[in-house]
Write a protein that binds this ligand. Structure first.
Ligand code: XUL
Ligand code: CO
Length: 441
Protein backbone atom coordinates (compact mmCIF):
# COMPACT_ATOMS: atom_id res chain seq x y z
CA UNK A 1 0.00 0.00 0.00
CA UNK A 2 1.32 3.43 -0.92
CA UNK A 3 2.11 5.67 2.05
CA UNK A 4 -0.29 8.26 0.61
CA UNK A 5 -3.15 5.76 0.91
CA UNK A 6 -2.37 4.48 4.36
CA UNK A 7 -4.99 6.20 6.47
CA UNK A 8 -8.31 4.88 5.18
CA UNK A 9 -7.25 1.40 4.03
CA UNK A 10 -10.76 -0.09 4.22
CA UNK A 11 -12.49 2.66 2.28
CA UNK A 12 -12.25 2.77 -1.51
CA UNK A 13 -12.38 6.01 -3.50
CA UNK A 14 -16.02 7.09 -3.62
CA UNK A 15 -17.44 6.73 -7.14
CA UNK A 16 -20.66 7.86 -8.78
CA UNK A 17 -22.98 4.84 -9.17
CA UNK A 18 -26.28 6.57 -9.99
CA UNK A 19 -29.57 7.10 -8.11
CA UNK A 20 -30.36 3.38 -7.90
CA UNK A 21 -27.11 2.45 -6.18
CA UNK A 22 -27.52 0.69 -2.86
CA UNK A 23 -23.85 1.03 -2.03
CA UNK A 24 -23.71 3.48 0.91
CA UNK A 25 -20.13 4.35 -0.05
CA UNK A 26 -21.11 5.67 -3.49
CA UNK A 27 -22.53 8.89 -4.91
CA UNK A 28 -26.06 8.71 -6.24
CA UNK A 29 -26.32 12.26 -7.60
CA UNK A 30 -22.81 13.78 -7.52
CA UNK A 31 -21.08 12.73 -10.71
CA UNK A 32 -18.07 15.07 -10.73
CA UNK A 33 -17.22 14.32 -14.37
CA UNK A 34 -20.74 14.95 -15.72
CA UNK A 35 -20.68 17.83 -18.19
CA UNK A 36 -23.50 20.34 -17.85
CA UNK A 37 -23.47 23.43 -20.07
CA UNK A 38 -19.87 22.77 -21.04
CA UNK A 39 -18.62 22.55 -17.43
CA UNK A 40 -18.16 19.54 -15.21
CA UNK A 41 -20.34 19.18 -12.13
CA UNK A 42 -17.09 19.32 -10.15
CA UNK A 43 -16.50 22.85 -11.50
CA UNK A 44 -20.09 23.96 -11.08
CA UNK A 45 -20.22 22.96 -7.43
CA UNK A 46 -16.65 23.53 -6.20
CA UNK A 47 -17.07 21.40 -3.05
CA UNK A 48 -14.61 22.00 -0.24
CA UNK A 49 -13.70 20.22 2.99
CA UNK A 50 -13.47 22.20 6.26
CA UNK A 51 -10.21 21.13 7.90
CA UNK A 52 -11.28 22.28 11.39
CA UNK A 53 -14.31 20.02 11.66
CA UNK A 54 -13.20 17.01 9.70
CA UNK A 55 -9.58 16.86 10.87
CA UNK A 56 -9.53 18.76 14.18
CA UNK A 57 -12.99 18.00 15.52
CA UNK A 58 -13.13 15.35 18.23
CA UNK A 59 -16.83 15.38 19.12
CA UNK A 60 -16.36 17.42 22.30
CA UNK A 61 -19.29 19.49 23.60
CA UNK A 62 -19.83 21.66 26.71
CA UNK A 63 -20.81 18.53 28.66
CA UNK A 64 -18.06 16.15 27.68
CA UNK A 65 -14.66 15.72 26.15
CA UNK A 66 -13.89 14.20 22.80
CA UNK A 67 -15.27 10.89 21.57
CA UNK A 68 -13.56 10.70 18.18
CA UNK A 69 -10.06 9.21 18.20
CA UNK A 70 -8.21 9.09 14.88
CA UNK A 71 -5.34 6.64 14.37
CA UNK A 72 -3.02 9.35 13.04
CA UNK A 73 -3.36 11.51 16.19
CA UNK A 74 -0.56 9.80 18.07
CA UNK A 75 3.06 10.79 18.63
CA UNK A 76 5.01 13.16 20.82
CA UNK A 77 6.08 15.74 18.28
CA UNK A 78 3.10 18.00 17.51
CA UNK A 79 4.64 19.06 14.20
CA UNK A 80 5.08 15.45 13.07
CA UNK A 81 1.48 14.67 14.08
CA UNK A 82 0.32 17.76 12.16
CA UNK A 83 2.10 16.50 9.03
CA UNK A 84 0.61 13.01 9.29
CA UNK A 85 -2.83 14.48 9.95
CA UNK A 86 -2.47 16.55 6.80
CA UNK A 87 -1.46 13.44 4.81
CA UNK A 88 -4.66 11.77 6.06
CA UNK A 89 -6.70 14.85 5.16
CA UNK A 90 -5.44 14.94 1.59
CA UNK A 91 -6.04 11.22 1.22
CA UNK A 92 -9.62 11.91 2.29
CA UNK A 93 -10.03 14.89 -0.08
CA UNK A 94 -8.98 12.67 -2.99
CA UNK A 95 -11.12 9.68 -1.97
CA UNK A 96 -14.24 11.82 -1.53
CA UNK A 97 -13.48 13.72 -4.78
CA UNK A 98 -13.44 17.18 -3.21
CA UNK A 99 -11.60 19.66 -5.41
CA UNK A 100 -11.02 22.20 -2.58
CA UNK A 101 -10.21 22.54 1.11
CA UNK A 102 -10.35 25.41 3.65
CA UNK A 103 -8.44 25.97 6.89
CA UNK A 104 -7.70 28.34 9.76
CA UNK A 105 -4.00 28.97 10.46
CA UNK A 106 -4.18 27.17 13.82
CA UNK A 107 -5.98 24.13 12.37
CA UNK A 108 -2.98 23.02 10.38
CA UNK A 109 -0.05 23.97 12.63
CA UNK A 110 0.28 24.07 16.42
CA UNK A 111 0.48 27.47 18.10
CA UNK A 112 4.01 28.07 19.46
CA UNK A 113 5.19 29.79 22.65
CA UNK A 114 5.61 33.03 20.72
CA UNK A 115 4.17 34.56 17.57
CA UNK A 116 7.49 33.98 15.80
CA UNK A 117 7.42 30.27 16.73
CA UNK A 118 3.77 29.97 15.62
CA UNK A 119 4.73 31.51 12.28
CA UNK A 120 7.65 29.08 11.90
CA UNK A 121 5.34 26.12 12.64
CA UNK A 122 2.85 27.43 10.12
CA UNK A 123 5.54 27.81 7.45
CA UNK A 124 6.52 24.14 7.89
CA UNK A 125 2.95 22.91 7.42
CA UNK A 126 2.25 25.32 4.57
CA UNK A 127 5.26 23.91 2.74
CA UNK A 128 3.82 20.43 3.30
CA UNK A 129 0.36 21.53 2.11
CA UNK A 130 1.92 23.00 -1.00
CA UNK A 131 3.47 19.64 -1.87
CA UNK A 132 0.23 17.78 -1.18
CA UNK A 133 -1.81 20.25 -3.26
CA UNK A 134 0.62 19.75 -6.13
CA UNK A 135 0.56 15.97 -5.84
CA UNK A 136 -3.24 15.67 -5.63
CA UNK A 137 -4.55 18.69 -7.58
CA UNK A 138 -6.70 19.69 -4.59
CA UNK A 139 -6.86 23.50 -4.32
CA UNK A 140 -7.44 26.02 -1.54
CA UNK A 141 -10.90 27.62 -1.62
CA UNK A 142 -10.09 29.98 1.25
CA UNK A 143 -7.84 30.60 4.17
CA UNK A 144 -8.60 32.34 7.45
CA UNK A 145 -7.10 33.06 10.87
CA UNK A 146 -8.38 31.67 14.14
CA UNK A 147 -8.90 34.83 16.23
CA UNK A 148 -11.22 33.25 18.77
CA UNK A 149 -9.78 30.12 20.47
CA UNK A 150 -6.74 31.50 22.28
CA UNK A 151 -7.62 33.19 25.64
CA UNK A 152 -5.92 36.40 24.45
CA UNK A 153 -8.98 36.89 22.21
CA UNK A 154 -11.59 36.38 24.95
CA UNK A 155 -12.82 39.99 24.54
CA UNK A 156 -12.45 40.00 20.76
CA UNK A 157 -9.60 40.50 18.30
CA UNK A 158 -10.04 43.64 16.18
CA UNK A 159 -12.81 44.75 18.59
CA UNK A 160 -10.77 44.07 21.74
CA UNK A 161 -10.65 47.06 24.10
CA UNK A 162 -6.87 46.54 24.33
CA UNK A 163 -4.88 47.85 21.33
CA UNK A 164 -2.15 45.30 22.09
CA UNK A 165 -4.58 42.47 21.25
CA UNK A 166 -5.60 44.35 18.07
CA UNK A 167 -1.93 44.45 17.05
CA UNK A 168 -1.47 40.74 17.76
CA UNK A 169 -4.54 39.90 15.67
CA UNK A 170 -3.24 42.13 12.86
CA UNK A 171 0.05 40.24 12.88
CA UNK A 172 -1.80 36.93 12.75
CA UNK A 173 -3.99 37.99 9.80
CA UNK A 174 -0.94 39.43 7.99
CA UNK A 175 0.67 36.00 8.16
CA UNK A 176 -2.58 34.19 7.27
CA UNK A 177 -2.94 36.35 4.16
CA UNK A 178 0.63 35.56 3.16
CA UNK A 179 0.11 31.80 3.49
CA UNK A 180 -3.26 31.91 1.75
CA UNK A 181 -1.54 33.60 -1.17
CA UNK A 182 1.34 31.11 -1.04
CA UNK A 183 -1.16 28.25 -1.39
CA UNK A 184 -3.12 29.91 -4.20
CA UNK A 185 -6.22 30.50 -2.03
CA UNK A 186 -9.08 31.90 -4.11
CA UNK A 187 -10.72 33.76 -1.21
CA UNK A 188 -9.96 34.94 2.30
CA UNK A 189 -12.69 34.74 4.99
CA UNK A 190 -13.36 36.92 8.02
CA UNK A 191 -15.75 35.31 10.41
CA UNK A 192 -16.02 37.63 13.42
CA UNK A 193 -15.17 34.91 15.95
CA UNK A 194 -15.53 37.01 19.12
CA UNK A 195 -16.10 40.38 17.43
CA UNK A 196 -19.12 41.33 19.49
CA UNK A 197 -19.96 41.77 23.15
CA UNK A 198 -21.26 39.97 26.21
CA UNK A 199 -22.65 43.12 27.91
CA UNK A 200 -23.02 46.77 26.94
CA UNK A 201 -22.09 47.66 30.55
CA UNK A 202 -18.43 47.36 29.55
CA UNK A 203 -18.57 48.04 25.82
CA UNK A 204 -18.20 51.07 23.52
CA UNK A 205 -20.13 49.62 20.57
CA UNK A 206 -19.38 52.48 18.14
CA UNK A 207 -15.67 52.49 18.84
CA UNK A 208 -15.41 48.70 18.52
CA UNK A 209 -17.16 48.75 15.14
CA UNK A 210 -14.80 51.50 13.95
CA UNK A 211 -11.83 49.41 15.06
CA UNK A 212 -13.18 46.42 13.12
CA UNK A 213 -13.53 48.60 10.01
CA UNK A 214 -9.97 49.89 10.43
CA UNK A 215 -8.73 46.30 10.74
CA UNK A 216 -10.50 45.23 7.53
CA UNK A 217 -9.10 48.25 5.66
CA UNK A 218 -5.62 47.21 6.81
CA UNK A 219 -6.24 43.72 5.42
CA UNK A 220 -7.35 45.19 2.07
CA UNK A 221 -4.25 47.42 1.99
CA UNK A 222 -1.92 44.58 2.88
CA UNK A 223 -3.42 42.31 0.22
CA UNK A 224 -2.43 44.98 -2.31
CA UNK A 225 1.09 45.14 -0.90
CA UNK A 226 1.66 41.39 -1.32
CA UNK A 227 -0.38 41.03 -4.52
CA UNK A 228 -3.06 38.77 -3.03
CA UNK A 229 -5.88 38.87 -5.59
CA UNK A 230 -8.37 36.55 -3.85
CA UNK A 231 -11.85 37.69 -2.89
CA UNK A 232 -12.39 38.93 0.69
CA UNK A 233 -15.47 37.44 2.33
CA UNK A 234 -17.41 38.33 5.49
CA UNK A 235 -19.23 35.44 7.17
CA UNK A 236 -22.20 36.78 9.16
CA UNK A 237 -23.35 35.14 12.38
CA UNK A 238 -25.74 36.70 14.93
CA UNK A 239 -24.46 35.20 18.18
CA UNK A 240 -22.27 32.44 19.56
CA UNK A 241 -19.65 32.64 20.90
CA UNK A 242 -20.62 36.16 22.02
CA UNK A 243 -24.12 37.20 23.02
CA UNK A 244 -24.14 39.64 20.09
CA UNK A 245 -21.83 39.43 17.07
CA UNK A 246 -21.38 42.65 15.05
CA UNK A 247 -21.70 40.83 11.69
CA UNK A 248 -25.19 39.71 12.78
CA UNK A 249 -26.59 38.86 9.34
CA UNK A 250 -26.13 39.92 5.71
CA UNK A 251 -28.23 43.07 6.19
CA UNK A 252 -26.16 44.20 9.19
CA UNK A 253 -22.97 43.26 7.32
CA UNK A 254 -24.07 45.34 4.33
CA UNK A 255 -24.76 48.39 6.47
CA UNK A 256 -21.37 47.99 8.18
CA UNK A 257 -19.42 47.51 4.94
CA UNK A 258 -21.16 50.41 3.17
CA UNK A 259 -20.81 52.75 6.15
CA UNK A 260 -17.08 52.15 6.24
CA UNK A 261 -16.37 52.16 2.50
CA UNK A 262 -15.54 48.45 2.45
CA UNK A 263 -18.33 47.11 0.22
CA UNK A 264 -16.19 47.26 -2.94
CA UNK A 265 -13.71 44.87 -1.37
CA UNK A 266 -15.99 42.28 0.24
CA UNK A 267 -18.63 39.74 -0.60
CA UNK A 268 -20.49 37.39 1.77
CA UNK A 269 -19.77 33.82 2.80
CA UNK A 270 -23.23 32.62 3.85
CA UNK A 271 -23.65 29.76 6.28
CA UNK A 272 -26.99 27.98 6.60
CA UNK A 273 -26.86 27.52 10.35
CA UNK A 274 -25.89 31.18 10.88
CA UNK A 275 -28.88 32.27 8.77
CA UNK A 276 -31.32 30.30 10.89
CA UNK A 277 -29.70 31.49 14.15
CA UNK A 278 -30.43 35.03 12.91
CA UNK A 279 -34.09 34.08 12.41
CA UNK A 280 -33.80 33.94 8.62
CA UNK A 281 -33.97 31.19 6.06
CA UNK A 282 -30.81 30.22 4.19
CA UNK A 283 -32.47 31.45 0.98
CA UNK A 284 -33.23 34.85 2.55
CA UNK A 285 -29.55 35.47 3.29
CA UNK A 286 -28.55 34.39 -0.23
CA UNK A 287 -31.17 36.68 -1.82
CA UNK A 288 -30.12 39.63 0.35
CA UNK A 289 -26.45 39.27 -0.64
CA UNK A 290 -27.34 38.62 -4.29
CA UNK A 291 -29.53 41.74 -4.43
CA UNK A 292 -26.34 43.75 -3.85
CA UNK A 293 -24.10 41.68 -6.13
CA UNK A 294 -22.26 40.44 -3.04
CA UNK A 295 -22.93 36.69 -2.99
CA UNK A 296 -19.49 35.17 -2.59
CA UNK A 297 -19.46 31.64 -1.16
CA UNK A 298 -21.42 29.18 0.96
CA UNK A 299 -20.61 27.40 4.22
CA UNK A 300 -22.73 24.31 3.67
CA UNK A 301 -24.34 22.92 6.81
CA UNK A 302 -27.55 23.10 8.78
CA UNK A 303 -28.68 23.63 12.35
CA UNK A 304 -31.41 21.94 14.31
CA UNK A 305 -34.39 24.27 14.65
CA UNK A 306 -35.40 22.54 17.90
CA UNK A 307 -32.01 23.15 19.52
CA UNK A 308 -31.29 26.74 18.49
CA UNK A 309 -27.51 26.75 18.62
CA UNK A 310 -24.80 26.26 16.04
CA UNK A 311 -24.87 22.48 15.59
CA UNK A 312 -23.09 22.53 12.19
CA UNK A 313 -24.74 19.38 10.84
CA UNK A 314 -24.47 17.95 7.35
CA UNK A 315 -27.47 19.10 5.34
CA UNK A 316 -29.67 16.51 3.65
CA UNK A 317 -32.78 18.68 3.24
CA UNK A 318 -33.56 18.58 -0.49
CA UNK A 319 -36.23 21.28 -0.29
CA UNK A 320 -34.13 23.81 1.59
CA UNK A 321 -31.14 23.30 -0.69
CA UNK A 322 -33.19 23.39 -3.89
CA UNK A 323 -34.63 26.77 -2.90
CA UNK A 324 -31.13 27.99 -2.03
CA UNK A 325 -29.77 26.72 -5.35
CA UNK A 326 -32.53 28.48 -7.30
CA UNK A 327 -31.42 31.75 -5.72
CA UNK A 328 -27.72 31.02 -6.25
CA UNK A 329 -28.16 30.10 -9.92
CA UNK A 330 -30.44 33.09 -10.52
CA UNK A 331 -27.69 35.28 -9.08
CA UNK A 332 -25.24 33.85 -11.63
CA UNK A 333 -23.51 31.36 -9.31
CA UNK A 334 -20.73 31.78 -6.79
CA UNK A 335 -17.85 32.81 -9.05
CA UNK A 336 -14.61 32.21 -7.15
CA UNK A 337 -16.59 30.83 -4.21
CA UNK A 338 -17.76 27.30 -3.60
CA UNK A 339 -19.64 25.06 -1.18
CA UNK A 340 -17.48 24.51 1.87
CA UNK A 341 -18.78 21.75 4.14
CA UNK A 342 -18.46 23.62 7.43
CA UNK A 343 -20.16 20.68 9.13
CA UNK A 344 -19.17 18.21 11.80
CA UNK A 345 -19.97 14.65 12.69
CA UNK A 346 -22.37 14.03 15.56
CA UNK A 347 -20.63 13.13 18.81
CA UNK A 348 -21.42 9.40 18.57
CA UNK A 349 -20.38 9.19 14.87
CA UNK A 350 -16.91 8.01 15.75
CA UNK A 351 -15.89 5.76 12.85
CA UNK A 352 -13.86 6.73 9.81
CA UNK A 353 -16.76 5.55 7.64
CA UNK A 354 -18.96 8.20 9.26
CA UNK A 355 -16.76 10.95 7.81
CA UNK A 356 -17.45 9.48 4.36
CA UNK A 357 -21.20 8.94 4.86
CA UNK A 358 -21.51 12.53 6.08
CA UNK A 359 -19.83 14.07 3.06
CA UNK A 360 -21.50 11.68 0.61
CA UNK A 361 -24.90 12.82 1.94
CA UNK A 362 -23.91 16.48 1.79
CA UNK A 363 -22.42 16.29 -1.72
CA UNK A 364 -25.34 14.23 -3.07
CA UNK A 365 -28.01 16.53 -1.65
CA UNK A 366 -26.32 19.62 -3.09
CA UNK A 367 -25.86 17.91 -6.47
CA UNK A 368 -29.52 16.84 -6.52
CA UNK A 369 -30.61 20.34 -5.50
CA UNK A 370 -28.46 21.80 -8.28
CA UNK A 371 -30.15 19.59 -10.89
CA UNK A 372 -33.66 20.31 -9.56
CA UNK A 373 -32.98 24.05 -9.43
CA UNK A 374 -31.75 24.02 -13.03
CA UNK A 375 -34.97 22.33 -14.09
CA UNK A 376 -37.10 24.77 -12.14
CA UNK A 377 -35.30 27.72 -13.73
CA UNK A 378 -35.30 26.21 -17.23
CA UNK A 379 -39.05 25.63 -17.12
CA UNK A 380 -39.46 29.16 -15.79
CA UNK A 381 -42.87 28.68 -14.13
CA UNK A 382 -41.95 30.47 -10.91
CA UNK A 383 -40.00 33.14 -12.78
CA UNK A 384 -42.98 33.85 -15.04
CA UNK A 385 -45.35 33.93 -12.09
CA UNK A 386 -43.22 36.41 -10.20
CA UNK A 387 -42.63 38.59 -13.28
CA UNK A 388 -46.38 38.69 -14.00
CA UNK A 389 -47.05 39.82 -10.43
CA UNK A 390 -45.14 43.04 -11.09
CA UNK A 391 -46.56 43.68 -14.58
CA UNK A 392 -48.16 46.95 -13.56
CA UNK A 393 -44.67 48.47 -13.19
CA UNK A 394 -43.76 47.73 -16.81
CA UNK A 395 -45.82 50.51 -18.40
CA UNK A 396 -47.73 53.68 -17.62
CA UNK A 397 -47.48 55.23 -14.18
CA UNK A 398 -45.90 52.02 -12.79
CA UNK A 399 -42.93 52.58 -15.06
CA UNK A 400 -42.89 56.24 -14.04
CA UNK A 401 -42.65 55.20 -10.38
CA UNK A 402 -39.64 52.99 -11.10
CA UNK A 403 -37.91 55.62 -13.19
CA UNK A 404 -38.57 58.38 -10.66
CA UNK A 405 -40.70 60.49 -13.03
CA UNK A 406 -43.69 60.86 -10.67
CA UNK A 407 -44.20 61.93 -7.06
CA UNK A 408 -47.04 62.03 -4.52
CA UNK A 409 -48.87 64.85 -6.34
CA UNK A 410 -49.13 63.00 -9.67
CA UNK A 411 -49.97 59.72 -7.93
CA UNK A 412 -52.73 61.36 -5.92
CA UNK A 413 -54.38 62.45 -9.16
CA UNK A 414 -54.12 58.90 -10.54
CA UNK A 415 -55.53 57.34 -7.35
CA UNK A 416 -58.48 59.77 -7.34
CA UNK A 417 -59.21 58.94 -10.97
CA UNK A 418 -58.79 55.14 -10.82
CA UNK A 419 -60.52 54.54 -7.48
CA UNK A 420 -60.07 51.34 -5.48
CA UNK A 421 -57.40 48.86 -6.79
CA UNK A 422 -58.47 45.29 -7.59
CA UNK A 423 -57.10 42.60 -5.24
CA UNK A 424 -54.95 39.77 -6.67
CA UNK A 425 -54.21 36.41 -5.04
CA UNK A 426 -50.61 35.71 -4.02
CA UNK A 427 -51.23 32.01 -4.88
CA UNK A 428 -48.89 30.71 -2.16
CA UNK A 429 -50.51 27.28 -1.81
CA UNK A 430 -50.58 26.79 -5.59
CA UNK A 431 -46.85 27.63 -5.73
CA UNK A 432 -46.04 25.29 -2.83
CA UNK A 433 -47.80 22.47 -4.67
CA UNK A 434 -45.88 23.32 -7.82
CA UNK A 435 -42.59 23.13 -5.91
CA UNK A 436 -43.54 19.71 -4.56
CA UNK A 437 -44.04 18.46 -8.12
CA UNK A 438 -40.35 19.15 -8.78
CA UNK A 439 -39.22 17.65 -5.48
CA UNK A 440 -41.40 14.55 -5.43
CA UNK A 441 -42.76 14.12 -8.97
C1 XUL B 1 -18.13 29.38 13.05
C2 XUL B 1 -17.78 29.22 11.62
C3 XUL B 1 -16.34 29.26 11.31
C4 XUL B 1 -16.00 30.01 10.06
C5 XUL B 1 -14.53 30.16 9.81
O1 XUL B 1 -19.47 29.29 13.34
O2 XUL B 1 -18.64 29.02 10.80
O3 XUL B 1 -15.88 27.96 11.25
O4 XUL B 1 -16.54 29.37 8.95
O5 XUL B 1 -13.87 30.82 10.83
CO1 CO C 1 -18.55 28.82 8.73
Amino acid sequence: MKKSQAHFPKIPPIAYEGPRSENPLSFRHYNPAQIIDGRSLRDHLRFSIAYWHSFRGVGADPFGWGTIVRPWESGRDPLAVARTRMDAAFEFFVKIQAPFWCFHDRDIAPEGRSLAESNRNLDRLVAHAKQLQKATGVKLLWGTANLFSNPRYMCGAATNPDAHVFAYAAAQVKKALEVTKELGGENYVFWGGREGYETLLNTDLKREQEHLAAFLHMAVDYAKVIGFKGQFLIEPKPKEPTKHQYDFDVAAGLAFLKTHGLDRHFKFNIETNHATLAGHTFQHEIETAAAHGMLGSIDANTGDLLLGWDTDQFNTDVKELTLAMVSILRAGGLGAGGFNFDAKLRRPSIDLEDLFYAHIGGFDTYALAFKLARRILAEGKFTQFVAARYNSYNAGFGRDIESGRVGFKELEKIALKLGEPLSHSGRQEYLENLLNQYLHG
